[in-house]
Design a protein around this ligand. Structure first.
Ligand code: NAP
Length: 296
């Protein structure tokens, strides 16, 4: 039976470490990192993500300034707000919850955020920095996956990592992160997507298999090498009449059968999700320190 890689437990440990660091920052430098969170509309998933982020910030001692607008909020007003937040010295990080309503061009908004306050790591400047291995802000999900591996003493260097999914927020940045020449990376990376032929033959070569397809049952035991490490990023809602909500969350991997074959596996829920938020907190703290001239 595989070791369960609990993102929930690791996130808790890392948040305790952050709490200590933030208490010190407050005492020595009178610094309380501040995150501006912008939410437009009433999408239930977005509301719940924002609530989770606010709770996590409060838990470690990051201040949140929340800006919530109706679904018909104008693009121009949002761009004006971002310009103000960019120059506000009391705001260290800016997070615009996606998706945005149709009248707002998402790209325009994300590109308007000052890259030094882009704690989601979606601005092309930060994507470019990741590409060339320069310091910048890395998106929370890939960064959280890297930490989940390294903090569980799973060697990445020299391993073959196969990633299923090539999105700009998971697959591509994870590949860029893990091919860097440093001890928490240095992997050989293969990316699969819907254009990949014989995907099971490729996933079977993975020492570390990361599945971020957003489709339940994408990976079964027959597609996994014995002893592989499997990270399930997918979050899918399936109907479940036994739950009060009427649904439950499952990943992209057939957990029961794959956990019989893998050496380690992350669960859904309680796996990558809590790590994603933890790395957002990490970015806010780094941004605040950098903007205040405090060494990391
Ligand atoms: P996305 O933008 O929809 O991208 C999915 C990727 O998977 C695409 O590149 C797609 O290929 C590929 N794909 C889909 N089905 C496939 C299949 N059967 N075989 C091979 N490749 C396949 O999704 P995303 O934003 O990356 O998110 C992926 C999943 O992770 C979702 O369930 C999402 O909810 C979850 N997620 C979780 C967290 C977290 O913190 N836990 C964070 C982010 C995302 P094409 O490019 O060819 O279409």
């Amino acid at each position: 039976m595989a070791k369960i890689l609990s993102g929930k437990d690791l996130a808790q440990t890392m948040r305790e470490e952050m709490k200590t660091e933030l208490a010190e920052l407050k005492e020595k430098h009178n610094l309380v990192p501040t995150l501006a969170v912008v939410l437009v509309g009433d999408d239930p998933a977005s509301l719940s993500y924002v609530k989770g982020k606010e709770k996590a910030c409060a838990e470690v001692g990051i201040e949140v300034r929340k800006f919530k607008f109706e679904a018909d909020y104008a693009e121009g007003s949002l761009l004006k707000l971002i310009a103000e937040l960019n120059t506000d010295p009391d705001v260290n990080g800016i997070l615009v919850q996606l998706p945005l309503p149709d009248q707002i061009n998402e790209e325009k908004v994300l590109y308007a955020i000052d890259p030094e306050k882009d704690v989601d790591g979606f601005h092309p400047i930060n994507v470019g920095r990741l590409m060339i291995g320069a310091p910048g802000y890395v998106p929370g999900t890939p960064h959280g996956i890297q930490k989940m591996l390294s903090r569980n003493n799973i060697e990445i260097s020299g391993k073959h990592v196969v990633i299923v999914g090539r999105s700009n927020i998971v697959g591509k940045p994870l590949a860029l992160l893990l091919i860097q020449k440093n001890k928490e990376a240095n992997a050989t990376v293969t990316i699969c997507h819907t254009g990949t032929k014989n995907i099971g033959e490729i996933t079977k070569l993975a020492d570390i298999l990361v599945v971020a397809a957003g489709r339940p049952h994408t990976v079964n035991a027959g597609m996994v090498k014995p002893g592989a490490v499997v990270i399930d990023v997918g979050v899918n809602r399936v109907e479940d009449a036994t739950k009060k909500s009427g649904f439950r969350l499952i990943g992209d991997v057939e957990f029961d059968e794959v956990s019989e074959k893998a050496s380690a596996i992350s669960p859904v829920p309680g796996g990558v999700g809590p790590m994603t938020i933890t790395m957002l907190l990490h970015n806010v703290i780094r941004a605040a320190k950098k903007q205040s001239g405090i060494k990391d």
